[in-house]
Structures are given as structure tokens and as C-alpha cells.
Design a protein around this ligand. Structure first.
Ligand code: IVH
Length: 673
């Protein structure tokens, strides 16, 4: 293909994919299947890699990320990002209204009410219709340039089409993680034994600062915009309408009000209705609608006089703690649950609340019979936030945390540095066994969708399945013993189990449930080690595991522990015998050159222009070999920042060449260094 043809093809594909994206995200009316869509995208990725100079500024490939930002540049805002004055009462709002009326000399005015979205505020700059910069609020005057990460947020338009678009303008909004996405993320973290994130807002903030934008893309962030700057609308409402017309995501919850009483009615209306919104909100923002009037009212040092935030009080109720029960998860982690005297809170009756862990119980100095405060915070599951000590009866005694597993009675253990207690009876404790099977069959793992929680329970109770490998020994007559199973449903399940044998190695590696090995880590391990035998062999030496991308000490030790356990090795052998994929079938990356042939490399530290894994890829694609430790036979130690001093000392003492990423690039060009 000539460069000219490529340019045309890239432009055509870009438009086509953006159109399908729009159908999918803006209009919820897709016409392509995911598979067809992915094929188009892959084609564009390949063409752009070959002809990077023709990549379009609104290329949809930016949505999947892949850019690494080592340090986010701190940049000045064109217009400072001010905060708003807060109020918690109707009286305060009436005072605000009086100040506005006075400031406007008795002229009529309108308010524009919006919900106050609890996310991370962002400023988005567009030039000639193209999204050019995304900056966090920072201290209001300067923020961090997170453009690459913002580009992965699908509802932020990369190119604006439409009428009356100013040459340059800025949009303010709030990036958030939808409640559902947050809950799913936490479920996945709990599943692999990671501590859960505290709330969606902090998680969003952390996500926006991830160095690898492809990780940001996976987090499914969303964004609502609520402010247009650099454009000459007469009212805030007109600015909002422009944003809607230009394809921005505006929450449809806004309302124009002509009096403070209407504003108060809006506040009342949304106090309960906001529970059904896809994101957390913590109040209402009230803005004077007319821009000239806004100008007339002006600003104080910190905030506009033409706007104010009304904050909803966190909904909290006090009720009696009737008892504490304990739940056991797949990893054996024990979670305490407060059993409460039922109480009505934010639209639902609450009977149970999370207590997190033993430290939390000690911190609250909890006693059965106490009156406790219950709140619905960022999560749907309410939590106990405090004790009403004034109502405590003197005879109550501090709660003793359970010392044994509530299910199997085994004495609990607690590892150093861990908040949770664990039941160590891995192979004999029912919820752990069932949890492992549930984990094994989930969509991201073996994807046996004809098998649900209830069926797993029955299979376990009938002693038909005690470990994932037992699934592959199931026969038709076994399944016919289950409640509600007939010939057809039984055959259907057997078919699902059979099909799972084709699931690729990385999914199997995730499915076997090594603690801390989530789907992403499993993918990286599978790509690096290629076979389960190579991974098991590498587990004999922690440093070999640590050489793999994304693998830190916590994961390495967990993988080692897994393969040290004979029970686990036996299970893996049985899965092998059943015919599961324990080797990666992914094609070897195509060789780009042989310039590094017969040379061995060890990559260590943090680099300015590359991820460690990218460097690994480049070495292999150009004929080089990767090794995991410094020895006399090592040709090059490719050293980034923060490399451990012992590696450097050892390399120096053995006369191994230590090179920088610039030296490495020279080597790739075939130059001698
Ligand atoms: S308007 C000058 N509207 O609340 C007015 N802000 O304390 C600029 N926020 O930093 C802000 N929802 O992050 C506005 N509908 C909304 C909002 C909103 C949330 C946040 C924003 C700002 C903070 C103000």
C-alpha cells in the first residue's frame, strides 16, 4: 500500500469506527457486532503502526490507550478552577437568594440547578474542534496534564462536529466511575484476595493518574460536563445546550428554576431520586442562569457569588446491634457483618451492614446491644460508622472477635500486615471450595455459563464436585440427580463444560485462582512464561518470577506458594488430563530484525520512554534473549532509574556492560556503542 492509499484508508476507517462508536455509546443503537467492530479497529491499529504520520487527531485507537506517561506535567489553567461556597440548610439558601437579588438591583433572574456530581473535576480544552488537553483541578490554579488518560474516556469527544463551534473553548466536568463499574471492580478485587477500594471517587482519582493509559481504558470511567467557557452564550442554559448539541455527555437531571422555592423543591425531589442515578452525588449546584448577571455579581477571593452548592447530609440512622455474624470468602478471608434491628435508610430497610474487619470492630469498641450509626456511603451496602456511646448500657461487654471459622470450626489465623483473619482449612471448608468453583466457571475464566451458584451448591452437597477438576469427570447420570435437571439441561451443562476445554491458557491461569493473580496479571504471566510448566518451574526461584512484567513480591510469593502445594499440583495435572489449555497458543511476535541476535539482556528499573514489558518485547522481536539474573554470561544490563544497587555492583564486578535506553536505541539501529 502506498502512503497515499494508507492516508485515505486511515481517514475512512477513522470516520467509520467513530460513527459506530457514536451509534453504540451516544445512541445505544449499534449495527455492528463486537467482533466486526474489533476487526475494523485492529485494521486501523495496524495501519497507524505502519504509517504513524497519517494517524487522525480523533483516532478511535486512542480510546484503548497504550501511551505511557511517566510524569504528568503540571500546567497552569487558562481560567482558574474555583470552588463553590457550601451550605447545608434551606435558610442559608434563602440568604444566598437575598444576596443575589440585592446584587442584581431588584432585576428579575433565574436559577439553573444541577446535581453536584461526586467525582474528580477536569478541564477539557478544544482547539479547532479537536480535543487537545485534559487537566485535573489540582490547586485550582495549576493541575496535572492527563490528556492521554482522558482520551480513553469514551464519552469525551475527540473531535466536535456541528455549528458555531468557537476556535478554542474549554469545558469543565466531572470524571466518575459509575457505581456499577465500581462494584464490579471491587468484586473482582475481593475475588483475587485484594483489599477492596474504599470509594468510587478516590478510585477515579487514582485511575486518572495511572501511567499506562490502556489500564485507564479498562476502568470504564465516565464524564458529565456542566460548564462551557470561552464561548459567548447569553445564559448558562444555552451553554449547556451547546454541549448537548456538540455530543458531550450532560446529565439530563438539570432544571431551570424561577424562584428559590422552586430550587428547594428541586433539592427535595432529588434527595431520594439521586439514589437511582448511575453515579454518586452529594448535593445540588445552583447557578444564576444569565451570564451578564453572573458577571455583575462577580467573585469573592475563592468562589463565584453567582453560584452555591447545597450539600445533602449523609444519611445516617441509629439502630440496635443485635449481633455479629461472619462470612467466609473464596480465599478464606473472614468478614464480619453487623446484624441490625431493621431500620429505614435512604429508601430501603437495612438489616445488615458491613464491619470490614477485626480492626474496625476494635476501633469502634463495638458491643452487642449497642446503638450504632449506620450510613449508606459510596457503596450500596451500608456500613456502621460509629457507636452512640451515650446510649450504651453499662453491662455490655466488648465484642470478642471469633477465633474459629464459623463454617468449619478451624482456628483462624492472621498473617502479618493483613487486616483480615483467614480460615486455613483451604481444602475442607465449604464456602472456600464452592467459591473456588464459582471463580473457576465465571465468564472471564472458563466461562461455563450453564453452571450457577445453586447448581454448584448441589454438586458440592452431593459430593460430586469438590474441586474444579471434578467438573470434567461429571457424567449425564450424575447431573440427572440434581433438582430440576432433565436430559436437556444436563446435556447443555455437559456441553458447556466440554466447550471450556478450548478456553485459552491465560483464562485457565486466571481460573485456577492463584491469590492476587487477576485477569491482567494472568495474561501477562501467560504471555511471558508461555506454559504452566514453565511457570511452575520458575516458581522454584523467586527472582525468575520477579523478572516477569507486573510481578512484584506479593504476587511472586503467592505463585510460589501455590505451586509448592502438592494438592494444587495434583489439581493442575488433573486439568491437564482433562484436556484444558495449559500452554499459550498465541503466535510468537513476528521478528522485526536480528540485530540483537546472540545477545542477552536483563532489563531493570524504570524508564523514561518505555515500559519494562515493551523493552522485553523489543529485545525478543529483534532476535535478542532475555535472562533473569546478572551473571558473567550476560551481555547487557539495560538499566533504568531506581535499579537496585546490588544488581549494578554485581554487573560492575563481573564486567557486564550497563547501558541506558538511549544506548539501547543505538544498538537497535545497528550502531556500535
Ligand atoms: S460548577 C465556578 N457544577 O464541585 C463554578 N461544579 O465546589 C464551577 N461539581 O470543583 C463549578 N458537580 O468539581 C459545578 N454540576 C456541577 C458540579 C460541580 C460537581 C464540583 C466541581 C467543583 C466543585 C465545587
Amino acid at each position: 500500500m502506498t502512503a497515499d492509499q494508507a492516508q485515505k484508508e486511515i481517514a475512512k476507517l477513522t470516520d467509520e469506527i467513530n460513527h459506530h462508536n457514536d451509534l453504540y455509546y451516544q445512541q445505544s443503537a449499534p449495527v455492528l457486532s463486537d467482533f466486526e467492530f474489533d476487526k475494523l479497529l485492529e485494521k486501523l491499529v495496524a495501519l497507524e503502526a505502519q504509517f504513524p504520520e497519517h494517524r487522525q487527531p480523533d483516532s478511535p485507537t486512542q480510546r484503548v490507550g497504550g501511551t505511557i506517561t511517566k510524569n504528568f506535567e503540571n500546567v497552569a489553567h487558562k481560567y482558574p478552577m474555583l470552588s463553590l461556597g457550601n451550605t447545608y440548610s434551606a435558610d442559608d439558601l434563602r440568604e444566598f437568594d437575598k444576596r443575589v437579588a440585592k446584587g442584581l438591583d431588584g432585576n428579575p433572574y433565574e436559577y439553573f440547578c444541577e446535581l453536584k456530581f461526586d467525582g474528580v473535576s477536569i478541564s477539557l480544552t478544544y482547539e479547532n474542534g479537536i480535543f487537545v488537553r485534559g487537566v485535573t483541578r489540582g490547586d485550582g490554579v495549576r493541575g496535572d496534564d492527563i490528556t492521554h488518560n482522558a482520551r480513553t474516556i469514551r464519552c469525551i469527544p475527540l473531535r466536535i462536529k456541528g455549528k458555531n463551534i468557537p476556535e478554542s473553548f474549554e469545558v469543565r466536568g466531572e470524571v466518575f466511575m459509575p457505581k456499577q463499574v465500581f462494584q464490579q471492580l471491587n468484586k473482582e478485587r475481593e475475588d483475587i484476595g485484594e483489599e477492596k477500594y474504599a470509594n468510587a471517587r478516590n478510585t477515579t482519582s487514582g485511575t486518572l493518574k495511572l501511567q499506562d493509559s490502556s489500564e485507564v481504558a479498562k476502568r470504564k470511567l465516565d464524564c458529565y460536563v456542566y460548564y462551557l467557557l470561552g464561548e459567548k452564550s447569553k445564559t448558562h442554559a444555552a451553554g449547556i445546550q451547546h454541549l448537548v448539541d456538540w455530543g458531550f455527555n450532560v446529565s439530563p437531571t438539570y432544571k431551570k428554576c424561577t424562584s428559590i422555592d422552586e430550587v428547594l423543591a428541586y433539592i427535595d425531589e432529588w434527595e431520594t431520586k439521586r439514589a437511582d442515578l448511575p453515579l454518586e452525588t452529594d448535593g445540588v449546584v445552583i447557578k444564576v442562569n444569565d451570564i451578564d448577571q453572573q458577571r455583575q455579581l462577580g467573585f469573592t477571593a475563592k468562589s463565584p457569588r453567582w453560584a452555591i452548592a447545597y450539600k445533602y447530609k449523609a444519611e445516617s440512622m441509629s439502630t440496635r446491634l443485635n449481633g455479629v455474624t461472619y462470612q467466609v470468602g473464596r480465599t478464606g478471608a473472614v468478614t464480619p457483618v453487623a446484624e441490625l434491628e431493621p431500620v429505614f435508610l435512604a429508601g430501603t430497610t437495612v438489616k445488615r451492614a458491613s464491619l470490614h474487619n477485626a480492626n474496625e470492630i476494635a476501633r469502634l469498641d463495638l458491643r452487642i446491644g449497642d446503638y450504632v450509626f449506620v450510613e449508606k456511603g459510596g457503596e450500596i451496602i451500608p456500613k456502621v460508622t460509629g457507636v452512640d456511646v451515650a446510649r450504651r448500657q453499662p453491662e455490655l461487654v466488648p465484642l470478642q472477635y471469633t477465633q474459629t471459622c464459623p463454617v468449619c470450626g478451624t482456628r483462624l489465623i492472621r498473617e502479618e500486615g493483613e487486616a483480615a483473619f483467614y480460615c486455613p482449612n483451604v481444602n475442607g471448608c465449604a464456602p472456600q471450595i464452592r467459591g473456588r468453583i464459582e471463580h473457576f466457571i465465571q465468564r472471564k475464566a472458563m466461562d461455563i455459563n450453564s453452571l450457577g451458584e445453586q447448581t454448584i451448591r448441589q454438586l458440592y452437597e452431593l459430593e460430586l464436585v469438590k474441586s474444579p477438576a471434578d467438573l470434567y469427570d461429571l457424567k449425564l447420570e450424575d447431573l440427572l440427580r440434581l433438582d430440576g435437571f432433565k436430559d436437556k439441561s444436563a446435556k447443555n451443562l455437559l456441553g458447556g463444560i466440554e466447550q471450556s476445554k478450548a478456553v485459552p491458557f491465560e483464562s485457565v491461569l486466571f481460573a485456577i485462582g492463584i491469590r492476587y493473580v487477576g485477569k491482567t496479571v494472568a495474561e501477562k504471566l501467560a504471555r511471558y512464561f508461555k506454559t504452566i510448566d514453565a511457570l511452575a518451574a520458575a516458581s522454584q526461584d523467586l527472582s525468575t518470577l520477579l523478572a516477569a512484567p507486573e510481578v512484584g513480591e506479593k504476587i511472586a510469593e503467592s505463585v510460589q506458594r501455590f505451586f509448592q502445594d502438592p494438592e494444587n499440583r495434583r489439581e493442575v495435572d488433573r486439568l491437564r488430563a482433562a484436556g484444558l489449555q495449559l500452554e499459550s497458543t498465541a503466535r510468537e511476535p513476528e521478528k522485526e530484525s536480528e540485530v540483537l541476535a546472540n545477545k542477552s539482556f536483563l532489563v531493570s528499573g524504570v524508564f523514561q520512554r518505555y515500559e519494562r514489558e515493551q523493552l522485553h518485547d523489543i529485545v525478543v522481536k529483534n532476535g535478542g534473549r532475555l535472562v533473569s539474573s546478572v551473571s558473567k554470561k550476560l551481555d547487557y544490563l539495560l538499566a533504568g532509574d531506581n535499579m537496585g544497587p546490588s544488581k549494578r555492583e554485581k554487573a560492575e564486578s563481573l564486567g557486564v556492560r550497563i547501558i541506558s535506553e538511549t544506548d539501547f536505541e543505538a544498538l537497535l539501529r545497528g550502531e556500535s556503542i
